[in-house]
Design a protein around this ligand. Sequence first.
Ligand code: TXE
Length: 482
Amino acid sequence: MEPILNFINGEFHPSASGMTLETVNPASGQVITTLPRSSAEDVAMATKAALEAGPAWSATTMEERMAWLHRIADALEEEAETIAQLESMDTGKPISLARRVDAARSVSNFRFFANFGRDHTEPIFSDHGAVNHVHRSPVGCVGLITPWNLPLYLLTWKVAPALLMGNTIVAKPSELTPMTANHLAKVLTKVHFPKGVFNLVHGLGPEVGQAIVEHPDIRGISFTGGTATGKIVAATAAPMFKKLSLELGGKNATVVLDDAPLEEMMDGIVRASFTNSGQVCLCGSRVLVDAAIYDRFKTMFVDAVSNIVVGDPASESTVMGSVISKDHQTKVESYIELGQQEGGVVLTGGSATDAPVKGVTAQGAFLRPTVIEGLSHTSRTATEEIFGPVVTLHPFTSEQEAIDMANATEYGLAGSVWTADTARGYAFAQHLDTGIVWVNTWLNRDLRTPFGGVKQSGVGREGGAWSLNFFSELTNICVQQP
Ligand code: TXE
């Protein structure tokens, strides 16, 4: 395939140094193409283009920007199948998932904010003979840094509101998954989007991501990725007083209460555990089950998990593809090994050697979904983010114990509660120290709601009005009435 290039000032360019990296199809181990190994020099060029495009873009009206978001959504929709194919090839996720989640949500991210901008009005406060107007203006040039698990889904989640609020952008996708960000640049070119408003610089995190965070003219950073990297981003941005939104790792609990109708809810619990090979920050990687139903749950859960169709992501029948890379496969296998060292028992799945995936090449980064029981909920395997197709099972004997277990990690992103009584589930959810809790569902997303975590899962919220707030600055204009 043609090489990926940076997208700066509406033109495609190699990196200034001419250096490149390779992007690999993790399901086959084959190199797909190359991408620029950019540096601070490329980030400076992209930022200059963004600053030059800033005045004209921020002078447009919300109406004009909403119209642009609709045009982009329309163009992405026309190319949804191409986007799904590229995303599946770049990440190893099944084509069915790439269509249903990645491509579809990339369109709806633009569509949602195009419409949300219309409904959103600013408050006016009148008192003491004066009228106070809350005036919004763009942050300016913002840096968007995104991970490899949901590449276009998470990039567009940031691009749409950033554009809506009149900002210009320097974006950096993960070096592991550059394909669909590149396609977004092609779509913007196709719809004649103003040059320099959206810029894309590819490369390694410490070389390009770091340069974006350090650049003095990039006034806000929206970052999604690992907690360890989030700490580096925060340490760099904080003394520069940049606006900062961090959506980081998670080690989420799926809590199954004693009255949960298991036949009806098992599919949702399995999806929460293994969607995208468990490579979603919202996945439930710890399954806490009331001891009274633990054995019945375990039997049904292990049966469902061992029947998940794992294989070639290009096949329509595949439910779980590969993980993102051979390196990540090794990292996940090390946690399966650790789980056994810590006293856990593998009930299904295991390393690629112990539980080989049939019908795929050994060069592919495949693992079968793995369930481990018998571990303390404070073990490393049950508290560290694995970010792969591995869940641990833990019985509890009271709701309070379940709450304490669920809250016993350094993360606080999401969780789910399963029960026949939704009022009970809602009451239980309020005790979970996380940013999001689903009751009897998972990944049901209303884009108007706040999205983000607490503790080591990040700082800030994006979504709906929270995104508009992050991607704008407020001025209160107080007008003394005559
Ligand atoms: O994240 P990284 P990755 C977690 C999960 C996963 C881990 C690594 O644990 O194993 O993060 O995934 C860029 N300054 N999640 O590699 O390494 C990097 O190039 C600025 C949870 O995706 O944090 C990439 O574009 N940027 C997460 C982006 O940061 C830097 C989803 C994320 O890379 C940088 C994905 C630096 N110094 C992974 N170093 C979620 N919560 O959704 C790297 N980057």
